[in-house]
Design a protein around this ligand. Structure first.
Ligand SMILES: Nc1ncnc2c1ncn2[C@@H]1O[C@H](COP(=O)(O)OP(=O)(O)O)[C@@H](O)[C@H]1O
Ligand SMILES: [Mg+2]
Length: 223
């Protein structure tokens, strides 16, 4: 059965002076819609590269990538950006909020690249910020928030276009244990509501809660 994601023989080489870095050496895997997957592995093993390839932020050196049946390599840059904007939300370890904008503006920025289809973006942004418990922080700037609050804003931003896939690169890496557990619970709840979630984590407890784990070693799937 074709998955939401099917990749085969995916390689990524970063050209560097003094010899290329082989970040991924032929990764093949399928992800079904609705899965919750933890990617684990040592630092430098290629986890982020794999996640950003899946997120269409990085172009593979070789291999095939089908997203929802579409051959990603055959899309134009515009088509790929549109697909990414509509279907994929990103959450990062260091939040990647823009400091000069308010909480509400940061969430709304996601609609600049891909307006939500049916809804007024402002209304949806307000609903999402309420959902993540930040209705009382709309006019705050990121510097005025705790790390956990910043990650909630980032999750609301990732959800603005109602993407099918959420990609998170060590989303709890800058959070204390309790806040990290809250963010994990939120991601798990979104998965139960139907989002496909793929996250990278160093935390064995979080990885253990995922229904499926993919271990990366030296740019390959180890288990
Ligand atoms: N933009 C880049 N340019 C050159 N080398 C990179 C780049 N990004 C990652 N790498 C290298 O690719 C390998 C895999 O990196 P990465 O995917 O970030 O691993 P991980 O997320 O598992 O720590 C590492 O050796 C890293 O130094
Ligand atoms: Mg990484």
């Amino acid at each position: 059965m074709p998955g939401l994601i099917d990749i085969a023989g995916l390689r990524k080489e970063y050209p560097m002076r003094g010899g290329a870095v082989q970040a991924l050496r032929g990764v093949t895997l399928s992800v079904q819609a609705g899965e919750y997957i933890a990617i684990v592995g040592a630092s430098g093993s290629g986890k982020s590269t794999l996640l950003y390839l899946l997120g269409m932020l990085v172009t593979p050196t070789a291999g095939q990538y089908r997203f929802d049946g579409k051959e990603v390599q055959t899309l134009s840059d515009v088509e790929r950006s549109r697909l990414r904007g509509r279907e994929i939300g990103f959450v990062f370890q260091s939040f990647h909020l823009l400091p000069q904008f308010t909480v509400l503006e940061n969430v709304l920025l996601a609609s600049r690249y891909c307006p939500p289809a049916r809804e007024d973006p402002s209304r949806r942004a307000l609903q999402l910020l309420e959902r993540v418990g930040l209705s009382h922080r709309l006019e705050h700037h990121p510097a005025e928030l705790s790390n956990g609050e910043m990650q909630r804003v980032a999750i609301a931003r990732a959800l603005l276009t109602d993407p099918r896939l959420l990609l998170a690169d060590e989303p709890t890496g800058n959070l204390d244990e309790r806040t990290g557990n809250e963010i994990t619970a939120l991601l798990e709840e979104l998965n139960r509501e139907g989002k496909t979630v793929i996250l990278i984590t160093h935390n064995p407890a979080l990885a253990g809660r995922a229904a499926r784990r993919i271990a990366i070693k030296d740019g390959q799937v180890a288990a």
